[in-house]
Ligand binder design. Structure first.
Ligand SMILES: NC(=O)c1ccc[n+]([C@@H]2O[C@H](COP(=O)([O-])OP(=O)(O)OC[C@H]3O[C@@H](n4cnc5c(N)ncnc54)[C@H](OP(=O)(O)O)[C@@H]3O)[C@@H](O)[C@H]2O)c1
Length: 272
């Protein structure tokens, strides 16, 4: 059986459908219609509800959103998976994850460390930013950010689902980590131009200083210190270090990663 956590999320929804015929079991927190595969109710906040689903030889897709208790919850599920004799854990992390790093990178860094030491064969996915989460940052035809002019990479979460499906259905190999990117890196000004072309109405990128971006995020309801950390993170990923692309998606899936044009063709409504 392949147990899929985060099954209602961007990656999980695509993954459940891709694993049709491979004995998938989606984990969701509340009953849902039209997930495309069988599901059961369980919650990371009660790790044993997930651990209790696992049997020797199962494979586990480990993913969820982030909240203050996520490190403890994921570590507990990893321990329960090891106890149950799970054959492989494929976990979603993030590029530059490391203990002590800001925000999600620090949380993922701690979870990744635990997974590496768990004794369970693992695959840690380290993607760049998700194309699917960008539309929510566009308001009234404007995308604000503190990224500066350098190119930044984004990946379509459908490619992450393809990668996860490939890893979860191939023979289990030794523990490995995969730096996953989209096919090209663009400046945010160029991304705004792509969105403008796809929507047929102008979307412009406005670059702010870190302090201005933090204040902007606070006005949007993001509390301090997260607003400041998020703004600093944008400046950090915009320093060119999130520009290099890898060929890992193609190597693992046999197809090129989806471009901004591919993403925008199917997600115009997300910008409404
Ligand atoms: N956004 C980015 O640009 C980016 C970049 C790199 C890495 N990542 C990482 O990607 C991951 C998110 O992946 P995603 O976008 O596919 O997910 P998502 O769309 O954010 O959805 C989160 C999923 O986690 C589930 N979940 C949250 N709390 C849970 C709990 N206590 N118990 C069980 N399920 C729970 C949610 O279920 P409900 O439907 O019940 O809420 C949902 O299925 C995060 O680890 C994030 O750090 C994100």
């Amino acid at each position: 059986m392949i147990v899929i956590t985060g099954a209602t999320g961007n990656i999980g929804r695509s993954l459940v459908r891709r694993l049709h015929g491979h004995d998938p079991l989606a984990v969701v927190r509340r009953p849902i219609e039209d997930l495309g595969g069988p599901y059961t109710l369980a919650d990371f906040e009660q790790p044993r509800t997930i651990g209790g689903l696992l049997s020797p030889g199962d494979r586990l897709f480990l993913n969820s959103g982030l909240w203050p208790g996520v490190v403890e919850a994921h570590r507990a599920v990893i321990d329960l998976a090891a106890e149950a004799g799970v054959a492989q854990i494929v976990a979603v992390s993030v590029r530059d994850a490391a203990p002590g790093a800001p925000l999600g990178m620090g949380m993922h860094g701690e979870i990744d460390e635990h997974l590496r030491k768990s004794g369970v064969p693992y695959a840690i996915l380290q993607p760049t930013g998700f194309m699917q989460t960008l539309p929510r940052d566009v308001r009234d035809g404007t995308l604000y950010g503190a990224y500066g002019p350098a190119p930044v990479n984004y990946i379509d979460t459908r490619d992450l689902a393809d990668v996860a499906a490939a890893l979860l259905t191939a023979p289990v190999g030794p523990g490995r980590e995969y730096l996953l990117t989209g096919p090209e890196s663009l400046s945010h000004e160029a991304i705004a131009a792509e969105i403008t072309g796809a929507l047929g109405r102008e979307v412009r990128y406005v670059n702010l200083s870190v302090a201005e971006m933090a204040a902007h995020l606070e006005r949007q309801g993001v509390p301090e210190p997260f607003a400041g950390e998020l703004a600093r993170l944008q400046a950090r990923t915009g320093d060119g270090s999130w520009a290099p692309v890898t060929t890992v998606v193609r190597e693992l899936t046999g197809h090129a990663p989806r471009s901004w044009q591919d993403f925008l063709a199917g997600h115009r409504d997300a910008f409404a």
